[in-house]
Design a protein around this ligand. Structure first.
Ligand SMILES: [Zn+2]
Ligand SMILES: [Zn+2]
Length: 418
């Protein structure tokens, strides 16, 4: 059985997240997308944790389901915490995802972490402690707590980020790196970019959506294969640790150029640069003269010790997907939040069951029966026959599915005219 999992999500108590996120809403959003296992997000937040306890009941070992609903969705207790600390005179800020196997353990985690910062201030709390101290404390509570760095490459808060990160997992987590088994590649990087960094070989690349609203659930995800009877928190962890390589089948990826920090640049100066172009300007903005926001592609280049295209042995394969509402918005030229696009989406869900069923599995001929443009768009996305205008400095990129946007327009809108 295919089990698609998205471990990193947020509640309405996290900064900049939609106020309408509820447990039932997450359950429905996950089902619509085709996700079987989803994080609860934000278990460190007292109000959200109260909701988790009230709305969920135990299912398989370490997994939870919505009380009284009997849906197939399973929840895993998850949160994200920001560790902010000084390292060798430099300020370091790292976001860490945490998965826990039981509510008792969650309570222990929360009482331990409350000493380092206010857990009620934000669903994604800021803690005055090093990333290694975080892992040490959590590991002493239970070795079954699973910690991995979130969106590893983003300039701020990524473990390898250009501004407040490190050059290796070992530097960041010190002797606690032995308990780190995975890292989140983030929206702006794909596994193949990470394969170029040999010191990451022993860590499993994970893909999660880190959404700020329910429709963004599953824009990246992990695909596992389990027998129904074997599904549990422990079996998922073992699959991530690749104890048995047959279980972790693939990851579903955003086109990395669509991520907010793929290229270098300055949003306010309307400057977007490839790493090569940014190097020509010595990392300084040609408009305002200040330091450029160095994106993910550039950071990967800096740490890579292998050529582009290198594939390590046993690498977990990946596919690209574009969120269906975005595809519908693109082909109909109507906004993704319009009633028109929402109705179209609902109709497609009734026919195809779930979004991943349509975008990843359905026969193109089957989609053609519904809509020719949609079939062509899905076929182009599956075969990588799209063009991407890269995101930079916090601005999302654009996937130009049918290559409608003319080259000159791209140039003037999004990058420096040279
Ligand atoms: Zn984060
Ligand atoms: Zn500038």
């Amino acid at each position: 059985m295919e089990v698609i999992a998205d471990f990193h999500i947020h509640s309405r108590y996290a900064m900049a997240c939609s106020k309408s996120i509820t447990i039932r809403g997450i359950d429905e959003g996950a089902r619509q997308k085709g996700i079987r296992v989803i994080g609860t997000g934000d278990f460190t937040h007292p109000l959200w944790l109260a909701e988790i306890k009230q709305a969920l009941e135990p299912a398989e070992q370490g997994l939870w389901m919505v009380k009284g609903l009997r849906t197939a969705t399973r929840f895993t207790l998850s949160t994200e915490v920001s560790t902010v600390f000084d390292h060798g005179g430099k300020a370091k800020k790292i976001h860490n995802c945490v998965l826990a196997p039981s509510l008792e353990i969650v309570d222990q985690i929360n009482s331990a972490l409350a000493k380092y910062g206010s857990l009620s201030a934000d669903g994604r709390p800021t803690l005055g402690m090093s990333a290694s101290a975080l892992v040490e404390i959590l590991h002493s509570i239970s070795p079954d707590i699973f910690v991995f760095p979130a969106h590893a490459w983003t300039p701020w808060f990524g473990v390898f980020g250009a501004f407040s990160g490190f050059d290796s997992m070992e530097e960041a987590y010190e002797d606690m790196a032995q308990h780190i088994h995975a890292f989140e590649t983030g929206l702006s990087s794909d596994p193949d970019m990470n394969w170029r960094v040999s010191k990451l070989d022993r860590y499993t690349p994970l893909s999660n959506s880190d959404p700020h609203s329910i429709p963004k659930i599953g824009r990246e995800a992990n695909v596992f294969e389990f027998e129904e009877k074997d599904l549990s928190y422990n079996s998922i962890l073992n699959a991530i640790k690749q104890k048995d390589k047959r279980h972790f089948k693939s990851t579903i990826e955003f086109y990395p150029g669509e991520g907010k920090y793929h290229y270098d640049g300055h949003r306010n100066c309307n400057i977007s640069l490839s790493p090569q172009q940014a190097k020509k300007y010595n990392g300084m903005c040609p408009v305002c003269g200040r330091r450029l926001t160095i994106g993910v592609l550039h950071r990967v280049e800096q740490l890579a010790d292998r050529p582009e295209g290198f594939v390590p042995k046993d690498a977990i394969p990946f596919v690209h997907a574009v969120p269906l509402v975005e595809v519908l918005s693109y082909i109909t030229k109507k906004g993704d939040k319009t009633l028109y696009v929402q109705n179209l989406y609902e109709r497609l869900m009734r026919k195809f069951g779930s979004e991943f069923n349509l975008t990843l599995h359905a026969q193109i001929s089957e989609i053609e029966e519904v809509d020719k443009d949609l079939a062509e768009a899905i076929s182009r996305i599956r075969t990588e026959n799209v063009s991407v205008i890269p995101g930079y400095d916090g601005l999302f990129g654009t996937v130009d599915i049918m290559r409608r946007i003319k080259e000159e327009k791209k140039g003037t809108q999004r990058s420096l005219r040279e």
